[in-house]
Design a protein around this ligand. Structure first.
Ligand code: ADP
Ligand code: MG
Length: 589
């Protein structure tokens, strides 16, 4: 049986400490006999035995083997989403543990649903997640680039280029790439709705949503225009996207106001109110229960009646305050009890209870109302307005539409489609498009799509590489080559000859046609700006910088130590981490 002792380094540290301690204690004179005792003690424990520093069951993977397994995992993630890239990308059907189906073309959705376990693969999934959170689109692009960066690094590792040289080269190339992209980006005006529409169209290309591209993109651009603040900032959370299965994609609509998934509190309330004066209330219209338990002794029926009347009067007084405000529509984020509902209905007020806080916030922006937190604090100034508030049945469910708002700062999009899967994928596509348009409204810069930006970047980075020289040049060239994976994959997915397409694209760019990208339908390079295939600059910069960062991080790892718990149910390394199963539990360090 192996005995556990501290690691050599650690023991040496202890030895040093002991030695200095002894030296100090003896005023500079070391006691030779004590040192001899200590040395004897050490050698006894070191003698021919492996030293264990890790817990039993811990597995370890080092050097080239660790690098290879990480790179292989990252490449596998990229390969998994690659076929979905571009206008001719295919969709994936994902079935989860309980049999729920998701059909999607969206990189990040695929990766999230895939339940990836390998640690390096997870790092690549993070790239897609960051891309989604920051810019909404380009998730597949970011993952495919990360995979290619690592694939090219693998080639350099095989030529014995040190990983830190590659990492440094990649870092230099990434920062140069961002500067270059910024240099050839095109500035657009946030008011250029025709251009914004093209950006939305590019984001929707290749998705199911394409069938009603024109209609959807008009909706998307209009929605963004409504919610853009005076200082040019856009928060797409002010666009309430409501899914409703039924109808067709063409029936999707923009409500210049709000549409919320709710119904009136009481059937006797009016079904629609014109020239609505809207009160938003964050307080309950209910009889308040005391927080401490109290006991009331009632001895006669009269007393019981008086008590109940008292409760009712209290609620009545609350409702009176609402009526006095002259509001004819009430949205309450808390409860409205039966008695209050009755009085409100009697007063002809259209009331909705338990409205989500986020909906209240958007209602405030849409109608100009300011939400009130206490019934006593209601004033006429707090009311908002809308041309029409009505309850409508959509696909068998009640919905409330607050429309004809004057200059609404929050709007809703109703997403319609034949089946649940269609509506869900449509919602994801609309989210991507809303994000890209908002990114351009804020950032004002775009680049040509269809692989144009990547091809130009690749060319310019190669020029930069030769100016750097040395081994770093090799890494920068590998980075430059990795950029071409985008036009290459677009061509492959469209069933075109990738090599031919790349050669033609390169030739066009060398001739100074820097916006030429791949027309995947005709299989030839065309000016993507003219073709209207444009993407926000930030989608590209974010994709390249996070892909580069993740690949550098993965390249720098040369030791994987996995504790048995993290290693999954079988107790081995996560799948694909290399054959470490035969390792004895105690390893030398
Ligand atoms: P991602 O998740 O990366 O956004 P997509 O499947 O949306 O993946 O594909 C985006 C890529 O498709 C971009 O490189 C974009 O320029 C390209 N693309 C979009 N529309 C067209 C088009 N009409 N012709 C050529 N390429 C296009
Ligand atoms: Mg996209």
């Amino acid at each position: 049986m192996l005995t556990r002792v501290p690691a050599v380094d650690e023991s040496n540290g202890i030895a040093k400490k002991i030695l200095t301690g002894i030296t100090r204690r003896q005023n500079g004179l070391t006691n030779p006999s004590r040192i001899r005792i200590y040395e004897a003690h050490m050698s006894q424990q070191l003698g021919g035995q492996p030293i264990i520093i890790l817990k039993e069951g811990t597995t370890r993977n080092r050097g080239q083997e660790a690098q290879n397994s990480n790179i292989a995992a990252a490449k596998a993630v990229a390969a998994a989403v690659r076929s979905t890239l571009g206008p001719k990308g295919m969709d994936k059907m994902l079935i989860d543990g309980i049999g729920d189906i998701t059909i999607t073309n969206d990189g990040v959705t695929i990766l999230k649903e895939m339940d990836i376990e390998h640690p390096a693969a997870k790092m690549i999934v993070e790239v897609a997640k960051t891309q989604d959170a920051e810019v909404g689109d380009g998730t597949t692009t970011s993952v495919v680039i990360a995979g290619e960066l690592l694939k090219n690094a693998e080639g350099l590792l095989a030529q014995s280029v040190h990983p830190t040289v590659i990492a440094e080269g990649y870092r230099m190339a990434a920062s140069k790439a961002l500067a270059l992209l910024d240099g050839f980006a095109i500035t657009v005006k946030p008011t250029d709705t025709a251009m914004l529409k093209k950006i939305a169209e590019t984001a929707l290309t290749g998705k199911n949503a394409e069938v009603a591209k024109d209609h959807l993109c008009s909706i998307i651009v209009k929605a963004i225009t409504f919610v853009t603040d005076a200082d040019g900032k856009v928060d797409i959370s002010h666009i309430n996207v409501e899914k409703k299965v039924g109808g067709s994609v063409d029936d999707s609509a923009l409500i210049e106001g709000m549409a919320i998934n709710k119904e009136r509190a009481h059937p006797n309330m009016p079904k629609s109110v014109k020239d609505a004066k809207i009160l938003l209330l964050n307080a309950a219209l209910e009889y308040k229960k005391t927080e401490v338990s109290a006991k009331i002794n009632i001895t006669t029926p009269g007393q019981a009646q008086a008590f109940l009347d008292g409760e009712e009067q209290m609620v009545h007084a609350m409702v009176d305050k609402v009526i006095k405000s002259r509001a004819n529509v009430l949205f309450c984020s808390k409860g409205i009890d039966d008695v209050a509902q009755h009085y409100l209905a009697q007063a002809g007020i259209f009331a909705v209870r338990r409205v989500k806080k986020s909906d209240i916030e958007n209602l405030a922006r849409a109608t100009g109302a300011s939400p009130v937190n206490s019934i006593d604090a209601i004033t006429a100034k707090d009311l908002g307005t809308a041309g029409l508030v009505e309850e409508k049945k959509v696909s068998g469910d009640e919905m409330i539409y607050i429309s004809k708002c004057k200059n609404p700062k929050a709007v809703s999009i109703i997403v319609r489609g034949g089946t649940e899967h269609v509506v869900e994928e449509l919602e994801r596509a609309i989210h991507d498009a809303l994000m890209v348009v908002s990114v351009v409204v804020e950032g004002k810069k775009i680049v040509a799509g269809g692989g144009a930006a990547e091809t130009e970047l690749s060319l310019r980075l190669r020029e930069y590489a030769s100016s750097v020289g040395g081994r770093g040049q090799l890494a920068i060239e590998a980075f430059a080559g990795a950029m071409e994976v985008i036009p290459k994959t677009l061509a492959e997915n469209a069933g075109l000859d990738a090599i031919d397409m790349l050669v033609n694209l390169r030739a066009a760019h060398e001739a100074g046609k820097k916006n030429f990208g791949l027309n995947v339908f005709e299989g030839k390079p065309v000016d993507m700006l003219k073709a209207g295939v444009v993407e926000p600059l930030r989608v590209k910069t974010q994709a390249i910088s996070s892909a580069a960062e993740a690949s550098v991080m993965i390249l720098r790892i040369d030791d994987i130590i996995a504790s048995s718990k993290a290693a999954g149910p079988e107790g081995g390394m996560p799948p694909g981490m290399g054959g470490m199963g035969g390792m004895p539990p105690g390893m030398d360090f």
